[in-house]
Design a protein around this ligand. Structure first.
Ligand code: HEM
Ligand SMILES: *[C@@H]1O[C@H](CO)[C@@H](O)[C@H](O)[C@H]1NC(C)=O
Ligand SMILES: *[C@@H]1O[C@H](CO)[C@@H](O)[C@H](O)[C@H]1NC(C)=O
Ligand SMILES: *[C@@H]1O[C@H](CO)[C@@H](O)[C@H](O)[C@H]1NC(C)=O
Length: 394
């Protein structure tokens, strides 16, 4: 079991799996984007909270939002066997355990896109981007300060659920509910804890700016249960515990590796409001507005508490500076462009496909063109160096 868990959730070879319709699917929701920008402006003018709702009108439709995993549905929970691949992502693991994705853990990009939309309402733009980045990297990307997974060079793995971290999230979430606010407060504590404990902590330009927040916002945006009373979603302790494969109760949770399950009687987000790239981006900025350190690119330099930031200006040949990152689409543009960087070990055809998809992301976001990315500056961070040597994108 633990051996199979080491591998990133398997993906079939891209060339065979990549349908033309995927690029078509990389599209945005202009109404939602406009409303999100409005809310962000309101928020910047007033109260700060991580929880910003972008759905202009609360909607709930039980028949449409119900995810049927009951007996006879074909989607009953089935624990992974010894030859089934499970990886660091609780969402994908749960989908495979319920046969929404192939139970053996190998899926095509189209299956990732269809399934994430069908089961949890992920936007096709975000799903296509994640699936392609994971695939193009062949191995995986890895961000530090994840919610329940340890840092790679702290624990020797980055995929096993750490019950203590789950307990910490629960203890920081009062009133029986995990919220985007409690998740963001927890992220801030995890960030500081890793600086204080992991000599190799690294907050990378892509993984720190986008992968790390995704690991937190996805928990609320995709795992919460929806209802007429709670159209934006409630995430009770028992609902999140199921999704993370935890049994027990606060103070005595036990992690069951690879056993993530969709809760019984669970309702996904409203179909009209997929969690798309612009939506996600606003969540990223809301969190960074509360905790500006989230956008500090840099890391520890080989000892604990040695966090050193890099000059974003230099990293990008003067296109962005640290103060700019909180404005408009800058943080997302900055991170996507790092993600798009060529890696010598990626086959050219794969890289071109990623670039095509990213090209549409970047043009819709109106990103300034980065001429030069100077990642030599990142070499001073052992967490970055060790990962690139091991073929992992930080
Ligand atoms: C195409 C779709 C997806 C891909 C390729 C993907 C991939 C990944 C990867 C590679 C990680 C590990 C990142 C790291 O080590 O820092 C991760 C973490 C995570 N994913 Fe996904 N994911 C996808 C969809 C989802 C969905 C739909 C959900 C929720 C239902 C989800 C929830 C999470 C959470 C909560 C984490 C953080 C786990 C933790 O540390 O506690 N993901 N995902
Ligand atoms: C869920 O699926 C089962 C098995 O197909 C079916 O009997 C049941 O009516 C479905 N429930 C709902 C609410 O659709
Ligand atoms: C989701 O909410 C509905 C309505 O309140 C409730 O009947 C159902 O049990 C809830 N599901 C979960 C998993 O909490
Ligand atoms: C950043 O750029 C400035 C101005 O070109 C230069 O003086 C400085 O040495 C650079 N810093 C790094 C770390 O490259």
């Amino acid at each position: 079991m633990s051996n199979t868990l080491k591998v990133l959730f398997g993906l079939a070879p891209l060339a065979a799996a990549f349908p033309a319709s995927v690029l078509e699917a990389v599209k945005f929701h202009p109404g939602l984007q406009a409303r999100a920008n409005e809310i962000l402006q309101e928020r910047q003018a007033g109260a700060a909270a991580a929880q910003a709702i972008f759905e202009p009108i609360p909607l709930f439709n039980a028949a449409e939002q119900y995810v049927n995993i009951s007996a006879g549905s074909g989607h009953e929970y089935q624990a992974p066997g010894p030859n089934d691949l499970r990886g660091p992502c609780p969402g994908l693991n749960a989908f495979a355990n319920h046969n929404f994705l192939p139970h053996n853990g190998y899926a095509t990009i189209q299956q990732f896109i269809d399934t994430t939309a069908e089961v949890v309402g992920m936007g096709t733009d975000l799903a296509a981007f994640l699936a392609m980045i994971c695939n193009a990297e062949q191995t995986r990307y890895e961000g530090d300060a994840s919610p329940t997974r340890p840092d790679l060079y702290e624990a020797g793995n980055d995929y096993k659920t750490v019950a203590r971290q789950f307990e910490q999230l629960i203890s920081m979430s009062p009133g029986g509910q995990v919220t985007l606010d409690s998740l963001t407060a927890f992220r801030s504590v995890r960030f500081d804890t890793q600086i204080a404990n992991n000599p190799y902590f690294f907050n990378g330009p892509f993984t720190g700016v986008l992968v790390q927040p995704a690991a937190y916002t996805f928990i609320y945006r995709f795992m919460a249960n929806h209802s007429a009373e709670a159209p934006y979603g409630d995430l009770s302790y028992s609902t999140i515990a199921s999704w993370f494969g935890m049994t027990g109760s606060p103070g005595s949770y036990v992690a069951n590796q690879g056993q993530e399950r969709i809760p019984d009687n669970w309702y996904k987000r409203a179909l009209a409001y997929p969690y798309s790239i612009p939506y996600f981006q606003q969540d990223v900025l809301s969190a960074a507005a509360l905790h500006p350190k989230f956008l500090n690119i840099g890391g520890n330099t080989g000892t604990t508490n040695s966090f050193t930031g890099v000059d974003v200006d230099n990293l990008t040949g003067g296109i962005f500076n640290a103060a700019d990152l909180l404005k408009g689409n800058n943080a997302a543009c900055f991170a996507y462009q790092f993600a798009a960087q060529a890696k010598p070990d990626i086959a050219l055809s794969v890289f071109n496909l990623v670039n095509q998809a990213l090209g549409s992301v970047l043009s819709v976001l109106g990103c300034p063109q980065l001429q030069h990315i100077d990642d030599a500056q990142l070499e001073m961070f052992p967490g970055y160096q060790k990962s690139t040597q091991a073929g992992i994108t930080k």
